[in-house]
Design a protein around this ligand. Structure first.
Ligand SMILES: NC(=O)NCCC(=O)O
Ligand SMILES: [Zn+2]
Ligand SMILES: [Zn+2]
Length: 503
């Protein structure tokens, strides 16, 4: 498949250009920004300094007045996932093509075990990912517990390059786990140096809330939001945080959608606990009013879990992101088309849960956070790329524009505009939850593995060119954990000898 132009259609595919000079842009890293040139050869950044001179065979891109930044890393996607009786519509090629057009050059997807079998799940996802057009990594869900699962977690970490496991506290009857399993999982994650991730909603209470709505005759998409209110997200977030505190291991809360969950994270972080909070674009940008839309196709496209919340939660999450209470932005790209969403036209419980965002994330976060003045350009790089690379232990290979880093780079023009439209997006889905949104800041060029894959509004991507990125255990969030354990043991004091009780 080498050289095949799957999207975009011209003949060179950018594959001839293995040497690129980006001239005169403002190079932005999470720690620093400076006007400099960037020289790339064979997929790697060779030099970052001013006035680099090159031979005539090098492709030169003028970035004067533009930002040159690390490509986005999306920590949370579901491509080709079997879920709620169907399969997400974007596979590892179409989802990644969309990502590249929006300035994201790596994503981390979730392997779902097959009947609890981790190895079978891993093999299946490695197969699905063979059509990849950009670099990717995997988290893995844990859906049941026994000795085999525990042993397979060791294999995943020590042999297969996975360093994070997700526990679903919701989706009763399918993916949901018990507190007992969560506790075992947290202990195992700690011993392996793997990050424990939680989908934090009280699944039992959600089931009760759903029953309540159906009994009240509320069967439309609004029933989705009404059946799983913020208090259930706050409760599960607090529970997971306390259990992680008890075990003394880092916890990563995925898709933080409410003030209730965010405040639990803020409280724990203030007390010194290692908790990471990931808002997703839908939670930062949208409100739940769409779920009350009278047209089912429109309303159902906003059904995801935890639900998109009332206006006000979005702004609180933005503030939490800009002040460091929350650390990095994902999408939870989990896309179903309107035919799939219509499975739930009579009963909101059957609407497949999930929204798009892999293509829109960089533009919407830039516009909402940087363009609005809530966030610096360097912090934009941190929350869309660098922090993810650091947490999952692949920095500075990813998440930086430094000599020796992978050449995954975007050029963003702060003076150009973007517009989101189903008609022009690259996802396979026939709807878009951000339809019609416009803003400032446009990704004009995406470079992936040292090749230009997005330029002049055209994609030049090659299925099979994406690489699996292994993520080693014991990332920086584990530093010092053993010292806290030692302090805990010391605080227990010497064992007490007691005489036998007498009757
Ligand atoms: N979030 C959602 O609605 N769908 C994807 C599965 C998950 O992350 O919970
Ligand atoms: Zn989830
Ligand atoms: Zn998800």
């Amino acid at each position: 498949l080498e050289g095949f132009c799957a999207v975009g259609g011209d003949s060179d595919c950018g594959l001839s250009s293995h040497k690129i000079l980006i001239k005169g842009g403002t190079v932005v890293n999470a720690h620093h920004k400076v006007v400099a040139d960037v020289y790339i050869e064979d997929g790697v950044i060779v030099s970052v300094r001013s006035n680099i001179r090159v031979a005539d065979d090098v492709k030169v891109i003028d970035a004067t007045g533009k930002y040159v930044m690390p490509g986005g890393i999306d920590p949370h996607t579901h491509l080709e996932m079997e879920f709620m009786g169907t399969v997400t519509i974007d596979d590892f090629f179409t989802g990644q093509a969309a990502a590249l057009a929006g300035g994201t050059t790596m994503h981390i997807d979730f392997v779902i075990p097959i009947n609890g079998n981790l190895s079978a799940g891993f093999e299946s996802y490695m197969n699905k990912a063979k059509k990849s057009a950009m670099d990717y990594g995997f988290h893995m869900a844990i859906t049941k517990w026994d000795d085999r699962v525990s042993k397979e977690m060791e294999v995943m970490v020590n042999e297969n390059g996975i360093n994070s496991f997700k526990f679903f506290m919701a989706y009763k009857g399918s993916l949901m786990i018990s507190d007992e399993l969560l506790l075992e999982g947290l202990k195992k994650c700690k011993s392996l140096g793997a990050i424990a991730m939680v989908h934090a909603e009280n699944g039992d209470a959600v089931a009760e809330g759903q029953k309540r709505m159906i009994e009240l005759g509320i069967t439309g998409p609004e029933g989705h939001a009404l059946s799983r209110p913020p208090v259930l997200e706050g409760e599960a977030t607090a529970r997971a945080i306390r259990l992680a505190n008890f075990v003394n291991t880092p916890l990563y809360v995925v898709h933080v959608m409410s003030v209730d969950a965010m405040e639990e994270i803020a409280k724990a972080r203030k007390a010194g606990q290692r908790v990471i909070g990931e808002p997703v674009v839908s939670g930062l940008i949208l409100d739940d009013s769409w779920l009350w839309h009278t047209d089912f196709t429109t309303a159902s496209k906003y059904v995801m879990s935890p639900p998109i919340r009332k206006s006000g939660h979005d702004k609180a999450l933005q503030a939490a992101l800009s002040t460091g209470v929350l650390q990095l932005v994902g999408t939870d790209h989990c896309t179903f088309n309107s035919t799939q969403k219509a499975f739930g036209s009579e009963d909101f419980r059957k609407i497949p849960n999930g929204v798009n965002g892999i293509e829109e994330r960089m533009h919407l976060v830039w516009n909402r956070m940087v363009e609005s003045g809530q966030m610096s350009v360097t912090d934009f790089v941190r929350v869309t790329s660098t922090e993810c690379a650091k947490i999952f232990n692949i920095y500075p290979q990813k998440g930086a524009i430094l000599e020796g880093s992978d050449a995954d780079i975007i050029i963003l023009n702060p003076n150009a505009s973007f517009k989101v439209a189903t008609a022009s997006h690259h996802s396979r889905t026939d709807t878009n939850v951000y339809e019609g949104m416009t803003g400032k800041g446009k990704v004009e060029v995406t470079i992936s593995q040292g090749r230009v894959v997005w330029e002049d509004g055209k994609l030049k991507v090659t299925p099979g060119s994406g690489r699996y990125i292994r993520m080693p255990p014991f990332g920086y969030r584990f530093d010092g954990i053993e010292k806290a354990d030692a302090a805990y043991l010391a605080s227990l004091n010497a064992p007490v000898r007691r005489t036998k009780a007498t009757a």
